[in-house]
Write a protein that binds this ligand. Sequence first.
Ligand code: NAP
Ligand code: GLV
Length: 309
Amino acid sequence: MAIVIFSDIENIDQWIDALKKEDPSVDVIHREEIKDNTFVEFALTWNYPHGLFREYPSVKTIMSMGAGVDHLVNDPLLPENINIVRIIDPTLSQDMFEFTLAVIMNRLRMLTHFHENQRQKIWKRKRYRRISDISIGVMGTGVIGNHIATQLHKTGFRVSGWSRTRGGSVPYNKLHGPFQLDDFLRNTDILICLLPLTPATEGILNRKNLETLPHGSWLINLGRGGHLVDGDLIELLDSNHLAGASLDVFREEPLPADHPFWSHPDINITPHIASLPDPWSVAPQIMENYRRTLDNRPLINVVDRKRGY
Ligand code: NAP
Ligand code: GLV
């Protein structure tokens, strides 16, 4: 038996090194090294083509190489008996928080604006807003969203979170469900999307919901590109209802060269980099799920395939 990696991510050797360091007795191989497809029971994967796992009839567990599992649960050809597990990692959540804080502080203190002025040798001061002036709304207060909302609250922002269910007690204001969505949006200056992509959340960043945000709000999308209706965002920026957007995820990645987001003056683009999983940090939980798969024991960080996350 072996851990088989189905992915072409650029640092594949680091993942293999980290897993071998965690347990040198376990074989870790790439898909191309498989000699017999019926030998694969545990797959580690990111963005494989739909239908691929029908060719591997013995697979019991597929582990996502990231927090998101839309690439797996949205595969209509994925056999139903396969368990999906994902990464839950404090380092990854903290990386997401650090990125979010950097984006927010850049916005508050207008560093990109002053950098543009520097290029034109313009010396012009502009009044800035303080942390205590800003209401943040975190859409999706799961593992990552809750960490970000809690840290932003500790940093001094007014923070509200919104999720599907009420959940347990949290230090920030918490709303949930479709009936509280408008209330949540009406009180948000900076909206951060950290939802998983499911049929219920696809297109949730649409004209109706973005229009409910106060005039001059800012959007940060760190969830998935499918949450955003691209044309609605552009119209709301052009009509000045929204002041700007920071987008890390896109319907098509890499973002096509002719996409209007590239040249929009109020959009900041990053190449899906809010966090990158650290192979050494996540290797123990991968190895744990591998052993549990071999022993037929209950897995950790299991995804509810019906719920979609
Ligand atoms: P998670 O723990 O599964 O949390 C998901 C949250 O979304 C939960 O709070 C859930 O509500 C809420 N939710 C789901 N469906 C909803 C709906 N229909 N209405 C309202 N709320 C809903 O996921 P996570 O680990 O925090 O990750 C979230 C997402 O972040 C991932 O799926 C991925 O797309 C994205 N991500 C992006 C990057 C990046 O680099 N840009 C990196 C990592 C992850 P309940 O609490 O009520 O269940
Ligand atoms: C990245 O987008 C992830 O889901 O980990």
